[in-house]
Write a protein that binds this ligand. Structure first.
Ligand code: 4NP
Length: 153
């Protein structure tokens, strides 16, 4: 789960996804990272922590890290929160970039629509709720889509 700062959106995506895979008894690895590295080793933004907590999800122990090219070796899928993040992932990853592993997270719920999850960093608390709700829908779809695909194989 990748955004710009790894402070607002992707920590929520990591926390929501971990919460859902635990509930579904799935053995999946999930992590999050940011492309700009400005907040490395910081905990998530307090408003992301607050909206997560309201839904029973504790993201307070997460620490910000920067996305690295080697993430393409560790993970089967790399989900970007917005299109500009895909550009940043490309420039960080160089020849390790693998477009087949990359998608916008919202495409799991709305295939092919290329919806961005808006950056809540400069806005009010309501933006964090919007982000939570969007990611919640996308993570449900991600699990359903992946399980459907594995049934077919
Ligand atoms: P995020 O939001 O990408 O959702 O974590 C941001 C957090 C910090 C900054 C930008 C976006 N920043 O430039 O510091």
């Amino acid at each position: 789960m990748v955004c710009l700062g790894n402070i607002c959106r992707s920590p929520l995506a990591e926390g929501i996804m971990l919460h859902k895979i635990k509930a579904a008894n799935l053995d999946w690895q999930v992590d999050s990272a940011g492309t700009n590295g400005y907040h490395v080793n910081e905990a998530p933004h307090y408003l992301s922590q607050r909206v997560a907590k309201k839904h029973g999800i504790d993201i307070s122990k997460q620490l910000c890290r920067r996305f690295v090219a080697e993430d393409f070796e560790r993970f089967d899928k790399v989900y970007a929160m917005a299109a500009d993040i895909i550009d940043e992932i490309k420039s960080i990853s160089g020849n390790k970039y693998n477009g087949e592993k990359v998608d916008l997270l919202m495409n799991e719920a709305y295939p092919g629509e290329n919806r961005d999850i808006p950056d809540p960093w400069y806005g009010p608390e309501a933006g964090y709720k919007t982000v939570f709700d969007m990611i919640d829908i996308a993570c449900d779809a991600l699990i359903n889509n992946t399980l459907k695909d594995s049934d077919r194989q």
